[in-house]
Design a binder for this molecule. Structure first.
Ligand code: MOS
Length: 745
């Protein structure tokens, strides 16, 4: 049993046993009677029109129930209105089977429904499509001349455009004594969570559906289905209790949900549609980017001018924007800045947020530029960061709610042994390996969304909490239980956090490292409300020893209320419930960020990563032999699950720097390695000594719990730290990610 307070303790995942024993069920695993199986057919051309469809070979096949294409798809409410989803960028949302137009390679163009999955998949191969092809463009670097400003829309609230220029960059840069400039390019990356996208739709009759969906937001999927199919939102229930990783890919409802619901409503039947691994490469991805940076400093090492121009890709129908270029001025107090961000519309699916979207790509460029500047100044890279350290946010002039980045730098440097570094590139060797040390800074927003929680005290004196959030594998369920336990004074065992269900009170999708603060703060608020009710009820009991006691003199401890001055005088929740003869006590409450207070502050999580690489002198092969990341993210609720988040991010950072790349053939307009055999991710042998430090950061302003979120920050600094370490090892600046051995030969 975990003793209270549980916050700060490394509590193991409460659902861990279910996950490792296989009893945790995922969206595509629900056993539903009379289930039909759908398989999606994807376009093999990149742009053009479907001119003919021949389904004759399929119709003869036993077990096939239906084939849906644009020619016969049922009409839906969607085709008259413009409903998108909670994470939709400005533009026109993609509508599967809308018409005969092809907008990208892999576009879903048909759904085959059969009595079993194998028949559906086989039948899908027998449908013949004829196309009229049109010219297309899919390469970013080859189409930079077509860049345009991102369209503005609702999404601009969460993803504001770069801030306006400050001072006179060109002038300051041209007369600066020390200056650097470089271009950075990034490959496309595709989300590959273990669990692939699946929706199991249970047809409940009369336009009522229960859907097991792989998503990061149950209510996002619910509203999507209700709006697109013209159903009452109360008739659509979306459940997603276990999610096998999301990383942003589940922030938007994916097309298997549309397909499964369409077929279920039309056939009045239970239907499941599962995407396979190669189909996981047919919707959003982390966009390719091209970034041009110019930084200048005075002779003492004060950064005086920063220019960061980024270009990202988007689709032909939506303008997906990232926060790519706004980070450097949140860190470094240059007096002259110029930030720009544009998009090139390509014939590809719209990109979608991927862990630390914009942050990790932007900070790679910024922190490599800072490393170059340090060498130009003949200054230690860490010293340059400390020299330009700002307690306030230089881009707004506002103070941070908290900023323990300095501690991150110093503690991580100490643990890593940065002082043993000889700054001369190529000067450190181990056998036939060149050894390099590199460091970089990380920064990410500290978001909080509004959330509503219901709490119930049962007659047994136990607590049940309800909220619609998912737990995408981060440990949300465990962490929320800890927050409630400490607030009410009950052991974790007596608390149930019930989640992953759109019928439960509101939660945004789980993204932006925001759910611990969002739902966590709502839990604190609602439990406080419940505590007031408990006290009121206890006071009303005939002969109650608490009748004349002031509320603030009553404490909550060990499942009871007690007198602050004499904790022996206690009344258990169970006894209270028996005495008041009620089966349950309930409270419901909404909580959100304190916008009025927070508008006077800047808010961010910070990190510092230090990395050691070995580069084989003959082969150019690169190994990250050790890495230390220190994170400042306010109070850490659960150091075990938080550490796992940061470790996962660090591994992804290694992957982004050295492995991951979806290779696009611009002649075919197609991703050529849409499978885990050829899409490289690190394996155990690629991962060595990783260390995580949490800086002691007390934040009394950000929210009631003092927390900022740890889902994404651990990734941000790693790619730049690796690239800088490779420079230190080899003397070569490789600015194009991923860095493969051939770039070093
Ligand atoms: Mo994350 S990219 O906000 O799911």
């Amino acid at each position: 049993m975990t003793k209270l307070p549980s916050i700060g303790q490394p509590v193991s995942r409460l659902e861990g046993r279910q996950k490792v024993t296989g009893s945790a069920k995922y969206a595509g695993e629900y056993n539903v009677s009379d289930l039909l199986y759908g398989y999606v057919v994807n376009s093999t051309i990149t742009k053009g029109k479907i001119t003919a469809i021949d389904t004759s070979a399929v119709k003869a096949l036993k077990g096939v129930e239906a084939i849906f294409t644009h020619e016969n798809r049922p009409s839906t409410a969607w085709f008259d209105l413009q409903y998108a989803d909670m994470d939709a960028p400005p533009g026109t949302v993609f509508k599967p089977l809308h018409d005969n137009k092809i907008k990208f390679n892999g576009q879903p163009i048909a759904l085959v429904v059969a009595q079993d999955f194998e028949t559906a998949r086989y039948a899908a191969t027998l449908i013949k499509f004829e196309y009229e092809e049109e010219a297309f463009i899919t390469g970013l670097v080859t189409n930079l001349d077509k860049a345009h400003e991102p369209k503005k829309g609702l999404a601009t609230m969460l993803k504001p455009p770069p801030p306006p220029p400050v001072g006179d960059f060109e002038k300051a840069y041209s007369c600066a004594p020390v200056k650097v400039a470089a271009q950075y390019t990034h490959a496309t990356e595709h989300h590959n969570p273990l669990e692939m996208y699946a929706s199991t739709v249970v047809y409940e009759g009369k336009g009522k559906l229960t859907i097991y969906d792989k998503t990061q937001g149950t209510i996002n999927s619910q509203l999507f289905v209700a709006n697109v199919f013209g159903l009452h939102y109360k008739d659509v229930r979306v459940l997603s209790p276990f999610v096998g990783g999301g990383f942003g890919s589940g922030l938007r409802p994916q097309y298997q949900l549309f397909m499964a619901v369409m077929a279920s409503l039309e056939l009045k039947h239970n239907v499941r549609v599962t995407l396979d691994r190669s189909q996981m490469f047919t919707f959003g991805h982390r966009p390719q980017t091209v970034q041009n940076l110019r930084f200048a400093a005075d002779a003492e090492g004060n950064v005086t001018a920063m220019n960061h121009s980024g270009i990202g890709e988007t689709s032909s129908y939506e303008d997906y924007a990232e926060i790519l270029t706004s980070w450097s001025h949140m860190l470094y107090p240059a007096k002259n800045t110029l930030f720009e961000y544009d998009l090139v519309s390509l014939d590809l699916p719209t990109p979608i947020d991927m862990r630390a979207p914009g942050g990790v790509s932007g900070m790679h460029a910024i922190e490599c530029m800072m490393d170059e500047l340090a060498y130009e100044l003949k200054m230690d890279p860490l010293e340059l960061r400390l020299k330009n350290y700002s307690e306030t946010d230089p881009s707004t002039g506002k103070p941070y709610t908290s900023k323990a980045l300095k501690q991150c730098y110093l503690e991580a440097a100490e643990k890593f042994g940065w002082d043993k570094r000889n700054p001369q590139p190529g000067s450190m060797q181990r056998g036939n390996k060149l050894v390099g040390y590199g460091m970089a800074t990380g920064i990410w927003d500290a978001y909080q969304f509004p959330a509503r929680v219901q709490v119930i005290l049962t007659k047994e004196g136990k607590l049940i909490l309800h909220n619609a959030t998912t737990d995408i594998g981060t440990g949300t369920m465990t962490v929320m239980t800890q927050v409630a336990a400490d607030e009410i004074g009950l052991p974790l065992e007596d608390i149930t956090f019930d989640y992953g269900d759109s019928k439960k009170p509101f939660s945004m999708f789980q993204g932006g490292s925001a759910i611990t603060s969002s739902t966590g703060v709502a839990i604190v608020a609602v439990v406080k409300e419940l505590k007031k009710k408990i006290i009121k009820k206890a006071k009303g009991i005939k002969g109650s020893p608490f009748s004349d006691i002031k509320d603030e003199d009553i404490i909550f401890k060990d499942g009871a209320i007690a007198l602050r001055s004499n904790p022996e005088l206690a009344l258990s929740f169970k006894d209270i419930m028996t005495l008041i003869k009620e089966t349950e006590l309930k409270a419901k409450k909404m909580a959100g960020p304190d916008v009025l207070k927070l508008k006077n502050y800047s808010k961010a999580t910070h990190s510092a990563s230090f990395v050691e690489v070995e580069v084989d002198k003959e082969l150019g092969t690169i190994t990250v032999t050790r890495a230390v990341t220190a994170v400042a993210a306010g109070r850490i609720i659960n150091p075990k699950t938080a550490r796992s988040q940061v470790l996962g991010s660090m591994i992804w950072g290694i992957s982004k720097a050295l492995h991951e790349e979806t290779i696009l053939d611009e002649n075919l307009g197609k991703y050529m390695n849409a499978n885990l055999g050829e899409y490289h991710i690190p394996v155990h042998a690629d991962i060595h000594d990783l260390d995580v430090i949490f800086a002691d950061e007390k934040d009394e302003l950000i929210n009631e719990l003092g927390i900022k979120g740890v889902g994404e920050i651990g990734l941000v600094a790693i790619p730049a730290a690796i690239a800088n370490a490779i420079y230190h090892a080899t003397g070569k600046r490789i600015n194009s990610l991923p860095i493969h051995f051939d770039a070093l030969l």
